[in-house]
Design a protein around this ligand. Structure first.
Ligand code: PLP
Length: 461
């Protein structure tokens, strides 16, 4: 049955306006010219509705971000009240506003260890830029200005500004068309256990990765390295969980060599893995900085934050009349965005959405595991409400299907036709639903995805 939202929109006109005038993030021109966009007009709970009135379970939570679910009246009311009370406030130098001050204190309370300080930004990409500038500033302020290099990993995604794209590195980033920043970032191997070298145990793979970092430090000189940046679980790079003990050992090496450890938790923070932050509670590390965006406001409004340690703060804020932290965005500490974040956190706590993500996420993991028996499913991996299915031609050799099969898109299209949105990335389909998802909805997700995979296998024969 079509949802009544469709009645209020002219689907064809919207499709055409978008088609004729919008350049989307990661637009693929050939397919866009033919197919255009799916026009979404309404959201409620775990569901979204398109302009024709078709309803979908949003298995990707917008873009890993609508953690509290769509259509929260109290968030909308908070937004309106704050906009009427104070719609904007200069945040530069020494002016603040109530929601920004309260949110910083709340983030300090929730974050692990001594992460008690906050720099606000407006997107994940801006948080990455901010963190790297902060790392350089810190190293310079402690008299180690030669520390310039950033160590990252292959298969990572850290945003779409020039710095973000230089720091991240994924297959198919079209780097031949762009001019990424030279001589700044060094990439280590991806912690991608499914694609580790043949015959290597997960423990030996961990040794390999840690040794590679140690060798790279020796090669570049610790005195030239500012920071190491890592998604605790790589998200767009394939929802990879690190091999055993890898992150704590990388943390140790950073501490030993004076390199700041930046955890990019833009996807993993705010409940997706069953905890507010994954660094400590899931992976057992205390980073020097944690980056958060997406789930911070559940996508209701753009906001990001870099939460950093007392140790860093003491160094950068040491009295010196000639020193300024010359960094900031017009919309940093935006009162409406910060008020939304506070309300969103209140909802996550009140409804124990981390607990729901843990319980229902464990169930999703278990049920998705059933897909392992299907012919083209090479791997099912992830944790709780951050999961993916990787498709292969040969399960034994892990050889991929040819790109021409367009396998993940083929499967996600079949899901869409049955009222489920999943996110195709390369040879995988990703799931990251709102944290409010129920077991019954998980059954629908897994059963629908299973049928779509079976259909794709039949088509490929
Ligand atoms: N870092 C990670 C781990 C991400 O997944 C993303 C976005 O998906 C970003 C950074 C960039 O965030 P934004 O798109 O808000 O700039």
């Amino acid at each position: 049955m079509l949802h009544q939202a469709g009645n209020r929109f002219n689907a064809q006109e919207l499709w055409q306006q978008d088609h004729d005038h919008v350049l989307h993030p990661y637009q693929h021109f050939d397919s866009f010219k033919k197919e255009g966009s799916l026009v979404i007009v309404e959201g409620d709970g775990c569901y979204v509705t398109d302009a024709q009135g078709r309803r979908y379970l949003d298995g990707i939570g917008g873009m890993w971000c609508v953690n509290a679910g769509y259509g929260r009246k109290e968030i909308a009311e908070t937004m309106a009240e704050q906009a009427l009370q104070l719609c904007y406030s200069n945040f530069f130098v020494d002016v603040t506003n109530a929601p920004a001050a309260r949110l910083a204190a709340k983030l300090a309370e929730l974050a692990p260890g001594d992460l008690n300080h906050v720099v606000y930004a407006t997107s994940g990409s801006c948080a990455v830029d901010t963190a790297i500038r902060l790392a350089h500033f810190y190293q310079s302020r402690r008299g180690q200005g030669s520390r310039r290099y950033v160590i990252s990993r292959k298969n990572s995604y850290h945003g779409s500004t020039y710095l973000g794209m230089t720091v991240g590195l994924r297959d198919g980033d079209q780097s031949q068309h762009f001019k990424y920043i030279p001589d700044l970032v060094h990439h280590l191997s991806a912690p991608y256990p499914y694609r580790r070298p043949e015959g290597m145990t997960p423990e030996a793979f961990s040794d390999f990765l840690v040794n590679e970092f140690e060798d790279r430090i020796a090669e570049l000189g610790a005195e030239n390295i500012a920071c190491f940046i890592a998604e605790p679980a790589q998200a767009s790079g394939g929802v990879t969980l690190p091999p055993p003990n890898y992150l704590p050992r990388m943390r140790e090496l950073c501490t030993k060599h004076g390199i700041l450890f930046i955890a990019d938790e833009i996807v993993t923070a705010f409940g997706r893995l069953g905890h507010f932050f994954a660094s400590k509670d899931v992976f057992g590390i205390e980073p020097d900085m944690i980056l958060t965006a997406k789930g911070l406001t559940s996508g209701y409004i753009p906001l990001s934050a870099v939460i950093y340690s007392d140790k860093v703060h003491e160094v950068i804020s040491a009295p010196d009349p000639d020193v300024w932290f010359t960094h900031g965005y017009t919309y940093a500490g935006h009162p409406v965005a910060c008020a939304v974040a506070l309300k969103n956190i209140e909802i996550i706590e009140r409804e124990d959405l981390c607990g729901n993500a843990a319980r229902v996420g464990d169930y999703l993991e278990k049920r998705l595991g059933e897909l392992r028996d299907l012919e083209i499913v090479g791997d099912v991996r992830g944790r709780r409400l951050m999961m993916c299915v990787e498709y292969v031609r040969d399960k034994k050799t892990r050889e991929r299907l040819p790109d021409s099969c367009n396998i993940s898109k083929r499967i996600s299209n079949a899901c869409e036709a049955e009222g489920l949105l999943v996110r195709p990335i390369g040879h995988l389909d990703v799931l990251s639903p709102p944290l409010t998802i129920t077991r019954e909805q998980v059954d629908f997700v897994v059963d629908t995805l299973k049928r779509a995979i079976v259909k794709a296998v039949a088509e490929l024969k």
